[in-house]
Design a protein around this ligand. Sequence first.
Ligand SMILES: Nc1nc2c(c(=O)[nH]1)N[C@H]1C(S)=C(S)[C@@H](COP(=O)(O)OP(=O)(O)OC[C@H]3O[C@@H](n4cnc5c(=O)[nH]c(N)nc54)[C@H](O)[C@@H]3O)O[C@H]1N2
Ligand SMILES: Nc1nc2c(c(=O)[nH]1)N[C@H]1C(S)=C(S)[C@@H](COP(=O)(O)OP(=O)(O)OC[C@H]3O[C@@H](n4cnc5c(=O)[nH]c(N)nc54)[C@H](O)[C@@H]3O)O[C@H]1N2
Ligand SMILES: [Mo]
Length: 754
Amino acid sequence: MTDDADSPKVGRPKKSAVGIPGIAHSLQYALTEMGPVRTAKTLLKMNHIDGFDCPSCAWPDPDRRKAAEFCENGAKAVAWEATRKRVGPEFFAANSVAELLEQPDHWLEYNGRLTEPMYLAPDATHYTPISWDAALALTADRLRAMDDPNRAVFYTSGRASNEAAFVYQLLARRLGTNNLPDCSNMCHESSGAALGQTIGIGKGTVTLPDIADQADLIVIVGQNPGTNHPRMLTSLEDAKKRGAKIVAINPLPEAGLVKFRNPQTPRGLAGPGTKLADRFLSVRVNGDLALFAGANRALLERDDAALGTVLDHDFIARYSDGFDEAATHWRGLDWATIEAQCGLRRKQIEDFVSDVIAADKIIVCWAMGLTQHRNAVATIREIVNFLLLRGNIGRPGAGAAPIRGHSNVQGDRTMGIWERMPDTFLDKLQAEFGFDPPREHGWDTVNAIRAMRDGQVDVFFALGGNFVAATPDAEVTAASMANCKLTVHVATKLNRSHLHHGREALLLPCLGRTERDHQASGEQFVTVEDSMSMVHSSIGRLAPGSPHLRSEVAIVTGLGLALFGEDVGWGEMRDDYRTIREHIEHVVPGFHAFEERVAHPGGFILPSGPRDSRTFPTATGKARFTVNPPDTVTVPDGHLLLQTVRSHDQFNTTVYGLDDRYRGIKGGRRVVFVNADDLRQFGLADGDIVDLISVWRDEERRAKAFRAVAYDTPPGCAAAYFPEANVLVPLDSTAETSNTPTSKSIVIRLERSA
Ligand SMILES: Nc1nc2c(c(=O)[nH]1)N[C@H]1C(S)=C(S)[C@@H](COP(=O)(O)OP(=O)(O)OC[C@H]3O[C@@H](n4cnc5c(=O)[nH]c(N)nc54)[C@H](O)[C@@H]3O)O[C@H]1N2
Ligand SMILES: Nc1nc2c(c(=O)[nH]1)N[C@H]1C(S)=C(S)[C@@H](COP(=O)(O)OP(=O)(O)OC[C@H]3O[C@@H](n4cnc5c(=O)[nH]c(N)nc54)[C@H](O)[C@@H]3O)O[C@H]1N2
Ligand SMILES: [Mo]
């Protein structure tokens, strides 16, 4: 398939999510990729206590598991990994790197699983096979040749297990660098930063039962669960059944937020489904800071009118500080500014505030719609203010719920994958392993790209992911890779990042979640941490896709051995993952009796001061109100604010197919969703083919030939798919504090295509 095949057909968007079409779609898909026996064996083990953790998202597993505890998109993710197709040496002999670069992302991965290590020599045109020993020796050699350990970069995508992540950060720090950028830098970094500043811990404060069984009001902001966390819909349905209300805040009326037909129940398959959102606020892109500031101001005014009975003054006095400054700030806000920035009328915000006052227990869930803006950290801090005002943190059924993306992105952070781990962690690492870990902070994703661009990186190593396609300014990143002496990718499938290579390149194929992992001491399992801090085991049951595959742990510890010999016990860790878990127990807080507790069905939950006891590990020991003046991106006349979203047929840069069923798109991804009035004003119509030109400072970036789709989104806003639109995101346009690329706030104009 080539990009010429990208010719989208546009139908009516769906009002409800899942039901029969979803199930049929995922089964058909699984059967084609895996065949009937593998399909049954795999899907029935997914998210079960003796099975593997679904690699598709970080949504937690309920205590009451269904026979088939998976969703349409989880089934696709698994089928994609457990496919019977293979990309072996013959494939690479038949296709040069230059030829492969001409192919679209979908095609690259579609060809199947990588089967053995491959090497691209300097100036070579084709990848050729290499033995594991030679590949690891070569990598060790190039790392040793650097005159400064900080000339290496170790990237991680959030699928790595706790065990793999732990040995990986150990390897980087043993070498002497904190250059550990990860996908989280582009994902929930803003959430971690905002929560760290306000409640003292960069994670959410709710559990699955809080959502399903306890909350009175669930506010879902900047998240599309129907596509990206489909199993969340089941919990939302449970919540609705016991009378909870749901408010959705989103510039797009996403199908999963509107209505849900649960495929796990006969009624859901056949019936009309559950109406999910009781209130839908069609906020302007990047209008959430103003919206929540307005809501907080309204709460304050209602409290004045109701003689102090609206806010939780006891909580505020006992557990927080900074309230007076924040209150003074809110009283000074002006409604006209708030309305203009969020695109909603005061009445709409006041009605939402009435829902808030009627609810004793409130949870706010959010994802990428909030984190990828310049003011993302301020927006999330304002949401913490909103929760603090009525004491909605640290009691059952209430709290902050950043909904994570990759299945173990939260666990990877806990394990030390971060360019800025605190000294407390590094001290423990030093005590456990007896070397001095570097203290100087390393590069995050954006800074790593800048360093590569400027020729400061010799070796780029990636544990999974698709760095070139997922990062901003795709063309800049692609060019930067060429400045490295060696690029190494540990991967399951071929992708674009393997084709934009350094002087030399290695492709190291690894086991996936679904596969058996056999080491010297026997069959191994790994552990992961979900979005709600539950740590549990994951064990694959399928035979490995090729006899040459190695586990991520074996690859990383193998490199450790090649570099340092046995010094910290790399071989022991490789042979028996219990050794790694013992080290984790000594280094990472919350993991005492790790082996024993993770053997419990369902695992265990990591402690959280704010959630468990209203203890806030901030500088003052209290939760902190903050002052966050409303602001939003200025969009000049004739321009739009573009957000980049996922379709229903992709996992990040992995494109399963060209449809986006819920939004009514079939057979193509080069579409731009625009309000019909805006199109008219620009002299354009639905169906026109346009170029998207992003305007940043005095630079212009262009993405060519998108079909304009008249869509229900607020005036001035637009949406297109990630990663096709990544060429438009300027590398230097990042969120304050978190340095996350502003993938949801790109100022663009449309130009009819030539
Ligand atoms: N099937 C599938 N599952 C996935 C993924 C996948 O690609 N496919 N990716 C995984 C990963 S890594 C992640 S991080 C998550 C991502 O999960 P989501 O965050 O749900 O993913 P996006 O598609 O980026 O959707 C962002 C949502 O925010 C809305 N939005 C955009 N801008 C704004 C704004 O300014 N304000 C508000 N209020 N809303 C806004 C968009 O309309 C959209 O509904 O999903 C994970 N799960
Ligand atoms: N414009 C725009 N850009 C974005 C976003 C956006 O919303 N808009 N979202 C951002 C977000 S939230 C994220 S998380 C990043 C994602 O960035 P990444 O995590 O870097 O990208 P993925 O597409 O998830 O990685 C897919 C690749 O992972 C490899 N893989 C799959 N399974 C395994 C495994 O088990 N082991 C190993 N070693 N490799 C495996 C496969 O080779 C596959 O090609 O993208 C970010 N980029
Ligand atoms: Mo993500």
